[in-house]
Design a protein around this ligand. Structure first.
Ligand code: ARG
Length: 458
């Protein structure tokens, strides 16, 4: 087919070159944005008298019909078209004749593609925001359910201090709240319209960029036309935000995998989100969590890919930039799927309170509380730490726990210790004493849940 851009060249392009050049296979997902953007452009051209009002109305009507026909299936995207912008314009011109050829006045595919991409990603950000919210809400509910379930908290994957499962889960809710913030920041910087930057230098026509921007829901316009067609920061920022969010999901996945292992047995994942083994009948594999952890790698790859495409590109548009889309689309698709799977799986997660408590009882995780008790009796913390450490050493040697040491044994180590020591090192008491802001006590976790839910309801 004759190219809309065949200007100075005479010979036909090679089939191989056409295939290589084509982006319709992936940019057709921006059809709706492309058509909506063109409708606003036609309206602006009409309002400014660059084309007549009748012509503008015809263009808008024609574009609406294309949108409807694509939705109903009456019109199919031609996989041989060069890209979505060319496809829409070609269909429009085939349907309307010469009027169709006026649509591309005072714009270029360079500002057009930047516009479509921004609009598409804006919709994606909104979808990702809703899914992130859903998952954070699910996590808050689970945290509420298990706000008093005592488990070992870890550092270096060594049992450290008692926490509640609700407290641990709320740590993930906090991460998701930051993810939401990043998505919103990204949306705010993205939401400026590049249309009207044209090829790179602006235009001689008396356009109204603000009008187009407003019609398309933008907060303003890109102020420098060279930057407007060259900038892909919004796509990078989204990829970066998603890479971070996936890292959060991956860390959660890693814990779910560990906790559901036979060694931990802290949780049981719902049957609907686990798989069996084709050979080992006893297995219940946490495939979903593993896949989320695995897919995190591809989202990192999408970010690195785009950074690398853009590095070293001279201003303004270069065809390299056609490579900006697939990775970002993939990052969005992947993150959306992972968020949905997590939000589907977690409500059915069951915590084994008994196993968690048992693990918490075995690792001397109340040694800090013993030291704090000694401080309350008048020892400076460093000395208290030494006594507590020596007692743990004794327990390990003799196969005892801090709870089973006799008062005599305690007093041999430090005469200040009284019978009230047992109440102080009781795990439930250890948790309940941590009432500091953000701490692990039920009351502190309740506050965290309340704050998170409030943040989510805005
Ligand atoms: N398909 C192209 C892309 O995705 C559209 C922009 C083409 N612009 C150009 N000057 N050839 O980047």
């Amino acid at each position: 087919m004759a190219k809309l851009w065949a200007g100075r060249t005479e010979a036909e392009t090679a089939q191989l070159a056409d295939d290589f050049n084509s982006s319709i296979a992936f940019d057709s997902r921006m059809a709706k944005q492309d058509i909506t953007g063109s409708m606003a452009h036609a309206a602006m051209l009409g309002a400014q008298g660059i084309i007549t009002g009748t012509e503008a109305a015809q263009l808008i009507d024609g574009l609406q019909t294309i949108l409807d026909d694509l939705a109903s299936g009456a019109l199919q995207i031609d996989p041989k078209a060069e890209d979505i912008h060319m496809f829409v314009e070609q269909v429009l011109t085939a349907r309307l004749g010469d009027v169709g050829k006026k649509l591309h006045t005072a714009r270029s595919r360079n500002d057009q593609v930047a516009l479509d991409f921004r609009m598409y990603l804006r919709d994606e950000i909104d979808a990702l925001t809703a899914l992130t919210r859903d998952l954070a809400a699910v996590i808050c509910d689970k945290a509420e359910e298990y706000k008093d379930a005592i488990m070992p908290g870890y550092t270096h994957l060594q049992r450290a201090q008692p926490v509640t499962f609700g407290h641990q889960l709320m740590a993930y809710a906090m991460m998701l709240l930051r993810d939401l913030g990043r998505l919103q920041d990204c949306r705010r910087r993205l939401n400026l319209s590049p249309i009207g930057c044209c090829a790179l230098a602006g235009t001689t026509y008396d356009t109204d960029r603000a009008m187009e921007a407003e019609r398309l829901g933008f907060d303003g316009i890109c102020l420098n036309s060279i930057d407007g067609v060259s900038d892909r920061d919004f796509a990078l920022e989204l990829c970066a935000a998603l890479a971070i969010e996936m890292m959060h999901l991956s860390r959660l996945s890693e814990e779910l995998i560990l906790w559901s292992s036979w060694e931990f047995q802290f949780i049981e994942l719902p049957d609907a989100y686990t798989t069996g083994s084709s050979i080992m009948p006893q297995k219940k594999n946490p495939d979903m969590a593993e896949l989320v952890r695995g897919k995190t790698g591809r989202v990192y790859g999408d970010l690195m890919g785009l950074l690398t495409v853009l590095k070293g590109l001279p201003l303004a548009y270069n065809k390299d930039m056609q490579e900006d889309k697939e990775g970002v689309f993939d990052a969005c698709d992947t993150a959306k799927m992972c968020l949905s799977v997590m939000a589907g799986m977690l409500p059915g997660m069951r915590a084994r309170r008994d196993k968690m408590l048992k693990a918490a009882s075995e690792g001397f995780i109340n040694a800090t509380d013993l030291a704090d008790y000694l401080v309350s009796k008048g020892l400076p913390f460093r000395s208290a730490y030494k006594v507590s450490g020596a007692l743990v050493g004794k327990c390990i040697k003799e196969g005892k726990t801090l709870e089973t040491l006799s008062l005599t044994e305690y007093q041999q180590a430090e005469p200040l210790i009284g019978a009230d020591v047992y109440a102080h090192i009781d795990l439930k008491a250890c948790v309940e004493k941590r009432v500091s802001e953000g701490g692990t006590s039920v009351q502190s976790v309740e506050k965290q849940i309340k704050a998170a839910r409030e943040a989510l309801s805005i």
